[in-house]
Design a binder for this molecule. Structure first.
Ligand code: BTN
Length: 244
C-alpha cells in the first residue's frame, strides 16, 4: 500500500489533494502526527495535537458520479466505528451523516473533499480525525464538553498503530463490497451503528433549519425527516442536533 507519513502538515486533506492532482494509486494514505491547520466541516477547524490522534486522509478514484460521494463518506464512518470497537474497545455510534459519538461527545470527524468534472469524480479525499490519546484537560475549553477520545473512554492510553491498521482493513473491506454490491450492505451496517434515526432531531442545512422526526436514510444517503405537519423532507447534506 502507498503510505505517506509526515511529522507535521497543515492538513492531511490538503496534502492528499496535491498528491492526487499529481496522480497516485487508489487507496493511497496520507497520515500525519500533527496538523497545524486541521480542517473540519462547515469551515471549522480540527484540533490535531502531535502524536495524539489518527489524522489521516485516503485518496480514492471511484468510477462514479459526484452524487455517490455521500455513501462513500458514510462507508468511512462504518469503517471507523468498527475499527474503534475491534481495536480500541470503544463503542461509538454514528450521527448522520458521519460523526462518531460516544454518548453525546464526538470522538471522530470525517471530511470528504472531491474533484470532479463532467459528472465524474477525478479523485475523492476522505479525511478522518480520530481523537486517541488526548486527556480531557488537553482539549481547548470550547471542546471539553463536546469532544472525547479513546483515552478518556478507556481510562488509559492506547497504541495508535493497531487502530490504524484495523481502520485500513475495514475501509478496504467495505470499499470492495461497495464496488461489488453497491451501497445497500454498507447502509445496512450504517443503520445498525447509527444513533440518529427514530428520534426527534433538528437539522441545520446551509440555508434552513428543520425540526422533525428522523424517519430513515434513503438509498443515496439522504436523511428523511418527517415534519410536524406530516410531510416528508429529504436532506442531502447538513448537520444534525440530537437535542431537538
Ligand atoms: C468534522 O468537522 O467533523 C470533520 C473533521 C475532519 C478532521 C480530519 S483530520 C484529517 C483530515 N485532515 C483535515 O484537515 N481534516 C480531516
Amino acid at each position: 500500500r502507498n503510505v505517506y507519513h509526515y511529522d507535521q502538515v497543515e492538513s492531511t486533506n490538503s496534502t492528499a489533494r496535491e498528491l492526487a492532482a499529481r496522480g497516485v494509486p487508489n487507496g493511497t494514505l496520507v497520515v500525519a502526527e500533527e496538523q497545524t491547520g486541521g480542517r473540519g466541516r462547515m469551515g471549522r477547524g480540527w484540533f490535531s495535537p502531535h502524536g495524539r490522534g489518527i489524522w489521516c486522509s485516503v485518496i480514492l478514484h471511484p468510477a462514479v458520479n459526484p452524487m455517490d460521494a455521500p455513501p462513500l463518506t458514510m462507508l468511512a464512518a462504518v469503517a471507523v466505528a468498527r475499527a474503534l470497537r475491534r481495536a480500541a474497545g470503544v463503542e461509538a455510534g454514528i450521527k448522520w451523516p458521519n460523526d462518531l459519538l460516544v454518548g453525546e461527545k464526538k470522538i471522530c470527524g470525517i471530511l470528504t473533499e472531491l474533484s470532479a468534472e463532467m459528472e465524474r469524480i477525478n479523485y475523492l479525499i476522505i479525511g478522518m480525525g480520530i481523537n486517541v490519546n488526548i486527556d480531557r484537560h488537553e482539549f481547548p475549553p470550547e471542546l471539553r464538553e463536546i469532544a472525547t477520545s479513546v483515552q478518556i473512554e478507556r481510562g488509559r492510553r492506547v497504541s495508535r498503530v493497531p487502530l490504524l491498521q484495523n481502520l485500513l482493513a475495514e475501509l478496504e473491506y467495505w470499499y470492495r463490497l461497495w464496488e461489488k454490491e453497491g451501497f445497500a450492505p454498507v447502509l445496512a451496517c450504517w443503520k445498525e451503528l447509527n444513533v440518529t434515526l427514530h428520534r426527534p432531531v433538528r437539522v441545520f442545512t446551509q440555508r434552513e433549519t428543520w425540526e422533525g422526526w428522523a424517519e430513515d436514510v434513503d438509498a443515496d444517503g439522504s436523511l428523511v425527516l418527517r415534519l410536524p405537519g406530516g410531510e416528508y423532507k429529504r436532506v442531502v447534506s447538513g448537520e444534525v442536533s440530537l437535542r431537538a
